[in-house]
Design a protein around this ligand. Structure first.
Ligand SMILES: [Zn+2]
Length: 126
């Protein structure tokens, strides 16, 4: 279900970020730094920002190490932050083995039945 919004589109919306709002605070500083570097003559391209296996993924081209380090940090943090609302969350496995990082409230809102946490899944596998 989509909530209709009447605010002007943010750079994220214009850009087409395929991840929930809860992760925006992770993406924003990276996006701003990229814009800053590009204004100074860099040619960094953001090819994709999305959720994959319950983790934020940011794909860039022509980026310096500094940006790659920022991205790595954000991706690592994302597995502890609810993708939808930004509250603390755990990575969980739902039906059909889909992986989400959502807080209990947002899991319920999306109607996701949790099978186990990632930790449980990893323990079982190991
Ligand atoms: Zn949430």
């Amino acid at each position: 279900m989509m909530k209709v919004q009447h605010e002007p589109p943010t750079p994220f919306e214009l850009f087409g970020v395929d991840a929930g709002k809860g992760w925006r605070p992770l993406i924003e500083p990276i996006y701003q730094r990229i814009q800053q570097l590009n204004a100074e003559g860099a040619n960094i391209e953001v090819s994709q920002i999305k959720e994959k296996f319950g983790m934020l993924r940011i794909y860039v081209h022509n980026a310096p190490d500094e940006i790659h380090e920022m991205i790595l940090g954000a991706e690592r943090q994302s597995i502890h932050i609810c993708e939808d609302c930004g509250e603390p969350a755990k990575r969980v496995v739902g039906e059909h083995k889909w992986i989400y990082t959502l807080c209990p409230k947002c899991l319920e809102k999306r109607g996701i039945k949790v099978i186990e946490t990632i930790e449980e899944a990893n323990t079982r596998r190991g």
